[in-house]
Design a protein around this ligand. Structure first.
Ligand SMILES: *[C@@H]1O[C@H](CO)[C@@H](O)[C@H](O)[C@H]1NC(C)=O
Ligand SMILES: *[C@@H]1O[C@H](CO)[C@@H](O)[C@H](O)[C@H]1NC(C)=O
Ligand SMILES: *[C@@H]1O[C@H](CO)[C@@H](O)[C@H](O)[C@H]1NC(C)=O
Ligand SMILES: *[C@@H]1O[C@H](CO)[C@@H](O)[C@H](O)[C@H]1NC(C)=O
Ligand SMILES: *[C@@H]1O[C@H](CO)[C@@H](O)[C@H](O)[C@H]1NC(C)=O
Ligand SMILES: *[C@@H]1O[C@H](CO)[C@@H](O)[C@H](O)[C@H]1NC(C)=O
Ligand SMILES: [Zn+2]
Length: 520
């Protein structure tokens, strides 16, 4: 009845409004505007209230981004290897480098430092031996005596001897470098035609680097250098996925995991003491998902012990290696249930959903990670296709660690604009941006990945509010205690305010100079 009475009234109101808004069939522009606003406010950073200084910097960033989006060679649409030189000259990128990005929460132990440093610094140290494998890769070892020949590798040659015989070592050094990274100036599609091909090279490059970085003096310098490079890229805190492998000395003697973890702890303390605006680092102990159940059980036991003995430096546990060819989490369910069964704390930080094998066992890793109470999801590339897992991740605030360049190089997505994290960020899903294996991809720190996220899948809609929330998320979703988070956030806020005021001024200066030059 009531409906029947109201109908004529509605028609009258509509006639008036529709007349005012231009026609009977045209949607109401005010309603349209309201819907646009509603959608914008739902995205990551959509509800951030900006200070006046932030608004000024935002306007500048937006202008810079518009120029970039309109350019013919749009870096996020290209393969990172071919886009890198363009990104390096991008004004947006240079702002992102200086921007305090908070924490890097998904980075692996032996891909923190650019390979130039490995070649120019590490391979030039004395006692460095190299051998050539039968499928065109190389291996290294430091040793006071001639080491025993490896299977499927030539006898060891002292690198110094090899170099002394050459007039010019540029080519040798370039080929060493080529073996330590996936980065190449060749056409990436030809160099890596498939996921299998790129993962195969990835594993070979990892093995090539392993002999260098597990030599105790290099291990220490490498980590320190890694912290330095992230710090220089305006990162204040790191959570490092670390294999804690056996570390060796020149005489062939080795150290166990406890030594390695303790070394990380000592070096982190030293670095933090020397850089008061750096907050620290924690270690997520990782094991390769190719191991069998009995090995996994032993490793989980060890992880619980390390977590108990080193609660400050140890953040938790994770599995690494290619998900598609490795064992799914569910395969290890007994081993992974041990901590809960015994009432022992061992936080999990599982890689999950770094796959496009829809509908397979591997594709269930995200749901299983959530069922095992993972603290975050590494990659979660496939999350968008799993509404139940996505809902749980949102409800439980289990953040997704998005690593755009890694996903592109490892061939899950070509054009970064099509990255599924765009959808996650459009609804303010808990996400953080990270760089996974920057040295392997020819990147460094976090800025390149922030660029791909901000300019690529962020598009024109992603503004300074999104950047701010991404940085805050990296602290909020870290493994730090609530008290430590407050401290870290306060430290970050200080750097952020400084960054905003400096860049607002600096960029005004640039514009001013620009106008002056044009007036002359
Ligand atoms: C190599 O790196 C170490 C540690 O960072 C540094 O002390 C040393 O001077 C470097 N050597 C060369 C040749 O660059
Ligand atoms: C090199 O050899 C290893 C060990 O047999 C194999 O797993 C890998 O696929 C090979 N890589 C290439 C690039 O041929
Ligand atoms: C060594 O060779 C490279 C090319 O392979 C060349 O660019 C470089 O100038 C040479 N360096 C010296 C010192 O001759
Ligand atoms: C790796 O080193 C070998 C031996 O020097 C070389 O033949 C090969 O081209 C190198 N690979 C890359 C990708 O640079
Ligand atoms: C598991 O792997 C380890 C190391 O590779 C091996 O020694 C052990 O025999 C394996 N156990 C089983 C049950 O396959
Ligand atoms: C996950 O957390 C729930 C709720 O706190 C708990 O009941 C369950 O035992 C946990 N499961 C595992 C595998 O840790
Ligand atoms: Zn990873």
């Amino acid at each position: 009845m009531a409906v029947g009475l109201q109908r004529p009234l509605a028609v009258v109101v509509c006639l008036m409004l529709c007349y005012l808004s231009g026609g009977l069939s045209m949607p109401d522009p005010r309603q349209r505007e309201a819907l646009i606003q509603q959608e914008e406010s739902r995205q990551t950073g959509g509800r951030v209230v900006l200070t006046e200084a932030e608004q000024q910097l935002d306007a500048l960033l937006f202008k810079m981004k518009q120029v970039e989006v309109a350019s013919a060679d749009f870096p996020p649409a290209m393969h990172f290897f071919q886009a890198r030189h363009l990104i390096r000259t991008s004004p947006v990128f240079s702002v992102l480098q200086k921007m305090p990005k908070g924490a890097a929460l998904h980075v692996h132990d032996f891909s923190m430092v650019d390979v130039e440093w490995l070649v120019n610094n590490v391979t030039y140290r004395p006692y460095c031996y190299m051998c050539f494998t039968d499928n065109r890769s190389i291996r290294f070892i430091f040793s006071s005596q001639l080491p025993k020949t490896l299977p499927r590798c030539t006898p060891w040659v002292l690198l110094k001897k090899l170099r002394d015989k050459m007039v010019n070592t540029t080519e040798l050094d370039a080929s060493i470098m080529g073996n330590l990274t996936l980065f190449t100036l060749q056409d990436p599609e030809t160099a890596y035609p498939s996921q299998d091909a790129v993962w195969d090279r990835f594993e070979q490059a990892f093995l090539a680097a392993l002999g260098l970085v597990t030599y105790a003096p290099v291990f220490r310098d490498y980590y320190y250098q890694g912290l330095t490079q992230f710090y220089m890229d305006s990162i204040m805190y790191l959570e490092l996925r670390a294999l804690l492998p056996q570390i060796y000395e020149l005489d062939g003697s080795t150290h166990d995991r406890t030594w390695t973890l303790k070394t990380y702890q000592d070096l982190t303390r030293q670095f933090t003491a020397e850089h008061p605006d750096f907050f620290g680092a924690r270690i997520i102990f990782t094991v390769h998902r190719g191991v069998n159940i009995s090995v996994m059980t032993g490793v989980v036991e060890e992880a619980m012990k390390l977590q108990r003995d080193f609660p400050d430096i140890m953040a938790g546990f994770d599995l690494v290696g290619r998900e598609d060819t490795g064992r799914p989490l569910w395969y290890f369910r007994d081993a992974l249930s041990l901590p809960a069964e015994r009432g022992v704390t061992l936080p999990f930080f599982f890689h999950a959903g770094e796959t496009d094998l829809e509908g397979t066992e591997v594709d269930q890793n995200m749901l299983d990670a959530l069922l095992f109470n993972t603290s975050r999801i590494g990659h979660g590339f496939a999350l968008i296709r799993h509404p139940v897992a996505r809902g749980l991740s949102r409800k439980k605030e289990v953040a997704v660690e998005v690593c755009p360049i890694s996903n592109q190089v490892l061939k899950l997505v070509n054009d970064i604009r099509n990255h599924p994290a765009a959808a996650l960020m459009s609804e303010n899903h808990p996400v953080v941006i990270s760089s996974d294996d920057p040295a392997m991809f020819g990147a460094s720190g976090l800025s390149y990945d922030f660029y791909e996220a901000f300019v690529g899948f962020g598009g024109l809609r992603s503004r300074i509010g999104s950047l701010k929330v991404l940085a805050i998320n990296s602290i909020r979703y870290s493994s730090l205690t609530p008290k430590q988070k407050d401290k870290a956030l306060a430290l970050w806020q200080k750097s952020w305010d400084k960054f905003v005021s400096e860049n607002k001024l600096r960029n005004k200066g640039v514009v001013y100079v620009f106008f002056e030059l044009h007036l002359m």
